[in-house]
Design a protein around this ligand. Structure first.
Ligand SMILES: NC(=O)c1ccc[n+]([C@@H]2O[C@H](COP(=O)([O-])OP(=O)(O)OC[C@H]3O[C@@H](n4cnc5c(N)ncnc54)[C@H](OP(=O)(O)O)[C@@H]3O)[C@@H](O)[C@H]2O)c1
Length: 218
């Protein structure tokens, strides 16, 4: 049986880079092929850090780049979608971009082009900003009532995936924080200003990586 294929869409982002780190660490014991996508810049530091992985330029707005993945990597068994316009202010400034990037229609259309498309498990990262935010400890079944463009685009993404894809998992994360990435991300998260202990920081992001790994079923 050929090795399974894992594709991290948005592998150059904050969570994406930590996932690449986590996935590459377990590649030694669980062989699988690893690929990731980038959008802005060729990810030289990541290719040096994870030399066995494949990198593909993809634009979720247009779907440009997915054909190269088909040709050089093939159908992934697992896709973890970490790509997003993830800064709420940027979403307010450009609601159209927020929708076209955060609702992964080009990704799902591409995956649909494979003959046995349902074989691909899509793990999509959503946010707690799908909720109104007027109480603590929201539950999954609580009503999604987003108050900003970012949250609205993430709700639209969840609905799109639920309707168009059968083999999926959606994780609604609260703020993600942890140590610096191999290739520093340009945005500054408010939480990164807080001096957490290095133990706490690495634990949270490692827990997230581990949870995604378990969800992938590899
Ligand atoms: N960070 C948090 O605290 C937090 C909290 C809850 C949920 N989330 C969610 O978790 C996921 C990961 O967040 P993050 O903080 O890691 O995000 P991030 O650092 O902002 O990374 C975003 C990723 O999306 C890619 N991207 C942006 N525009 C694209 C486009 N047009 N086409 C293709 N790729 C594009 C970026 O590629 P380039 O870098 O190459 O441009 C980057 O890899 C997102 O879905 C976010 O909504 C994040």
């Amino acid at each position: 049986m050929s090795a399974k294929k894992v594709l991290v869409v948005g592998g150059t982002g904050y969570l994406g880079q930590h996932l690449l780190q986590g996935f590459s660490e377990i590649q030694a014991t669980t062989p699988f092929a690893l690929a990731f996508t980038y959008n802005s810049f060729p990810p030289q530091p990541l290719l040096l850090a994870f030399p066995t992985s494949f990198a593909f330029h993809v634009d979720l707005k247009t779907g440009l780049g997915f054909d190269s993945i088909s040709q050089q990597f093939g159908q992934p068994d697992v896709v973890v979608n970490c790509a997003a316009l993830s800064v709420p202010r940027a979403c307010e400034n450009d609601p159209d971009a927020a929708i076209t990037i955060n609702v992964p229609s080009s990704l799902v259309n591409w995956l649909s082009s494979f003959a046995q498309s349902d074989n691909t498990l899509v793990i999509h990262i959503s946010t707690d900003q799908v909720y109104e935010g007027v109480k603590s400890f929201y539950k999954e079944e609580d009503e999604a009532l987003p108050v900003n463009v970012y949250g609205k685009s993430k709700v639209a993404a969840e609905q799109f995936i639920s309707e168009k894809w059968s083999n999926f998992a959606i994780l609604r994360s609260s703020i993600i924080f942890g140590p610096q990435t191999v290739s520093p991300v340009p945005k500054s998260l408010p939480i990164q200003e807080i001096k957490w202990s290095s133990f706490m920081m690495s634990t949270v992001v490692q827990y997230m990586s581990r949870m995604l790994w378990l969800s992938s079923g590899l």
